[in-house]
Design a protein around this ligand. Structure first.
Ligand code: ATP
Length: 359
C-alpha cells in the first residue's frame, strides 16, 4: 500500500485559473513536503476546491505548474489526464454510487492495469480503513462515518502518490465528526502519504495540518506551522480567521519596540527580518488573544464582567473595560459572577500589532 513507497512532494507554482474571466486562483504557489499533511484553510468561495481540482487535473489552468515528485503534471505544455496523475481525491459529498456495493465503489477507483488485482486491492483498502467484511453492503446501509471511509478506501486503493481531501468531514454531524477525524488522522499519519486537506474550519486545519496554508480570494496569504499561524498571523484578517482576538488601539514607538495601550505598554512581536509589521510608528491595532489576558487586581485597567460562558475546561468572559468589550479566557477556575469588577493584565511576552486600519 502507499506507505511502502517513498513519499513525494507536491509543488504548485504560479497557478492561475479563471472561470468566465473571473480570476479564482491568482498566482498560487504551494509546496507540500513529502509525506506531510498540509491543510488548505479559507472562507467559502476563496478557491480551495478549485486548487485541489487543478492539482487533480479536473480544471484547466491559465498558467502555472503542478509537479508531484519529479513529474510535471501541469505546465510546460503538459497536462497529464486525471487518471494518470496518481492523485487520489475524496470529494466533499463522497460521491459514492448508491446502487453499487461498497466493494464495487472501491474498485471503481482502480486503473485498467490494476484490475487484474481488483479483489486483493479492494480487500486491502477496506481493511486499511477498518471496513473489512463490509464489501457486499450498499453504501446507504452504512453509517455516515463508514461511508466516509468507503470514499477514503476508494481514493487509496489505486495506491496514489498524493491524497486530496475536500472538506472530508463536513457531511458528518458534530458528534461523529471529531471521532471520525481522529480515526482518519491516525490512519493518514500511519500511511505517511503526502496529503492536502481542504477545510474552512480553523480547528480542523490546526488539528490535521503539519502546516496550514491560508487562502483568501484566490491567494495564499500565509503558509506556516499551525502555531505560527495562530501566534504570529501575517495579517489582522488571518488573526481573526484562525481564532478570537481582541483589538486594542495603541501607539507604536519603533525605538523601544513597544506599543502603549489602555492595558499598558506591550512589547511588539517583530517580524523575522527585525521589522515590525507595524511600520515606522504611529497608531496601531494591537491584537490580544483571549487567553493572553488575565484577571489581576493589580493590572493596569479594570472592568466589569458582562457575560460568563462556562465551557468546563475553561471559561470565556466578556469584560467591559477601556471602552471595549474584551474577551478573556481563563482555564481551570470556578467562574466569577456576572457584574464582578476585575483587574486586567496582558500576560503575553509579545503581541502582534498592525498599522491602524484606515490610517
Ligand atoms: P467552498 O468552501 O464554499 O467549497 P471554495 O473555497 O472551495 O468554497 P471554490 O469552489 O474553489 O471555492 O470556488 C471559488 C470561486 O470559483 C467561487 O466564486 C465559485 O463560484 C467559482 N467557481 C468554482 N467552480 C466554477 C465553475 N465550474 N464555473 C464557474 N465558476 C466556478
Amino acid at each position: 500500500m502507499p506507505a511502502e513507497r517513498a513519499p513525494v512532494a507536491v509543488e504548485v507554482a504560479g497557478l492561475t485559473t479563471s472561470f468566465d474571466e473571473v480570476r479564482v486562483l491568482d498566482d498560487v504557489s504551494l509546496r507540500v513536503p513529502a509525506g506531510a499533511m498540509v491543510a488548505l484553510l479559507g472562507p467559502s468561495g476563496c478557491g480551495k476546491t478549485t486548487l485541489l481540482r487543478a492539482i487533480a487535473g479536473l480544471v484547466a489552468v491559465d498558467a502555472g505548474q503542478v509537479r508531484v515528485g519529479d513529474r510535471v503534471l501541469t505546465g510546460d505544455g503538459v497536462s497529464v489526464p486525471p487518471e494518470r496523475r496518481q492523485v487520489g481525491m475524496v470529494f466533499q459529498d463522497w460521491a459514492l454510487f448508491p446502487h453499487l456495493s461498497v466493494a464495487r465503489n472501491v474498485a471503481y477507483g482502480l486503473g485498467g492495469d490494476q484490475r487484474a488485482d481488483t479483489d486483493r486491492r479492494v480487500d486491502d483498502a477496506l481493511a486499511m480503513v477498518g471496513l473489512a467484511g463490509l464489501g457486499d453492503r450498499l453504501p446507504g446501509t452504512l453509517s455516515g462515518g463508514q461511508q466516509q471511509r468507503v470514499a477514503l478506501a476508494r481514493a487509496l486503493a489505486p495506491e496514489p502518490a498524493v491524497l486530496l481531501l475536500d472538506e472530508p468531514f463536513s457531511n458528518l454531524d458534530a458528534a461523529l465528526r471529531a471521532q471520525v477525524r481522529t480515526e482518519v488522522h491516525a490512519l493518514l499519519v500511519r500511511l505517511g502519504i503526502t496529503t492536502i486537506v481542504v477545510t474552512h474550519d480553523q480547528e480542523e486545519a490546526f488539528v490535521l495540518g503539519d502546516e496550514v496554508a491560508v487562502l483568501s480570494a484566490g491567494r495564499i496569504v500565509q503558509h506556516a506551522a499551525p502555531t505560527t499561524i495562530y501566534e504570529r498571523p501575517a495579517t489582522p484578517w488571518v488573526a481573526g480567521f484562525v481564532g478570537e482576538t481582541n483589538v486594542l488601539a495603541g501607539r507604536f514607538d519603533p525605538t523601544s519596540g513597544v506599543a502603549s495601550t489602555a492595558l499598558g505598554s506591550l512589547a511588539v512581536d517583530l517580524d523575522d527580518d527585525g521589522q515590525a509589521s507595524v511600520g515606522d510608528g504611529g497608531p496601531v491595532d494591537v491584537l490580544v488573544r483571549p487567553e493572553q489576558l488575565r484577571f489581576d487586581p493589580a493590572g493596569p485597567t479594570s472592568g466589569v464582567i458582562e457575560l460568563v460562558e462556562y465551557h468546563g475546561h475553561d471559561t470565556m468572559y466578556v469584560v467591559a473595560a477601556a471602552g471595549l468589550e474584551l474577551r478573556v479566557r481563563v482555564a481551570g477556575t470556578a467562574p466569577l459572577a456576572r457584574g464582578s469588577t476585575v483587574g486586567l493584565r496582558v500576560v503575553a511576552d509579545r503581541v502582534r500589532a498592525f498599522p491602524r486600519a484606515g490610517d
